[in-house]
Design a protein around this ligand. Structure first.
Ligand code: GUN
Length: 296
């Protein structure tokens, strides 16, 4: 069997198109332009690339982009004051503080100072709790994008066996909650899991989010299973610097029913879902009905 390759780039483009349509409607019918504020502290090169890309895509879908770049030695008090200012700014519907923060800043404290309804990353403890109890929340972008692709491929996920490899707060745990919300039977596996190969072999859906290059070989995959590879790992191969996922794509694609490639799979969905969350936050803030197909 050769797996269907799930094209995350095309899927993300379709999400952005939907977002842009909602933005146009919000502007024309309600006189509201959704706004996303991104806060970057310091000069981490990877973070700078992400933030630039976020800003560009935000503007491309017709939203306002507010970028706040602070020095690496910014005090916690100054950062909290900026977040408070953004919390109170009616033109800002979404706030994202780029992680990681410099060591002297308490990430939990900063994230939890964001107004939960503007927390488009879905990292605030209120949103984590709302998601865990099946209530309306802001949902972390990478798991939301992964869920959208799974729903698109399967229609209903009800009753399917899903394994999430990785237990991070950003991907693994919220992914498991979302799959549970769609009535999957969910296993969360991690570095201490015994017989990981056997656990993965039972799964109709495998979400790999561990950050270990190509750790899941094709012979762990149940024939016909859907594989969502969240990993983005840089390795040297044949003297070249290449990006690979947490799944060994070359062997997995011959066994899986469908698989996301790296790059071009889950990656592009993350920013698309950030834009989707910003529109959702904007609609909620203004008491308008939520955009369909863009939320969990
Ligand atoms: N750093 C890398 N990815 C992310 C993300 O999705 N959100 C935030 N806030 N920081 C990140």
């Amino acid at each position: 069997m050769t797996a269907q390759i799930i094209d995350g780039k095309a899927f993300a483009a379709s999400v952005r198109e939907k977002v842009a349509g909602h933005v146009t409607r919000l502007k024309e019918e309600n006189g509201i332009t959704p706004g996303l504020a991104v806060v970057l502290v310091g000069e981490d090169p990877a973070s700078q690339v992400y933030v630039r890309s976020k800003g560009k895509q935000t503007v491309e879908v017709g939203m306002n982009s507010f970028e706040h770049k602070l020095d690496a030695d910014t005090s916690e008090a100054d950062l909290l004051a900026l977040v408070e200012q953004l919390n109170n700014d009616p033109e800002v519907h979404g706030i994202l503080v780029q992680l990681p923060l410099p060591k002297h800043l308490n990430e939990d404290l900063v994230i939890n100072s964001i107004a939960p309804e503007k927390d488009v990353d879905g990292f605030h403890i209120s949103n984590v709790g709302l998601l865990g109890t099946g209530q309306k929340s802001m949902v972390p972008c990478t798991p939301l994008g992964s869920l959208m692709m799974l729903r698109d491929h399967h229609g209903s996920l009800s009753g399917l066996d899903a394994v999430v490899i990785g237990r991070s707060n950003i991907v693994g745990k919220p992914m498991a909650q979302l799959l549970l919300g769609d009535s999957c039977t969910v296993t969360i596996a991690h570095s201490r899991t015994k017989d990981l190969a056997d656990v993965v072999r039972r799964a109709d859906i495998v979400v790999a989010a561990v950050g270990r290059p190509e750790m899941v070989p094709g012979d762990w995959i149940k024939p016909g299973a859907t594989v969502i590879d969240v990993g983005i790992n840089r390795i040297e191969r044949d003297g070249k610097n290449v990006l690979v996922g947490d799944v060994d794509f070359a062997s997995a694609k011959d066994v899986a029913g469908a698989i996301t490639p790296v790059p071009g799979g889950v990656g592009p969905m993350t920013i698309a879902c950030l834009l989707a969350n910003t529109v959702t936050a904007c609609c909620r803030a203004n008491g308008l009905s939520e955009p369909e197909g863009l939320t969990a």
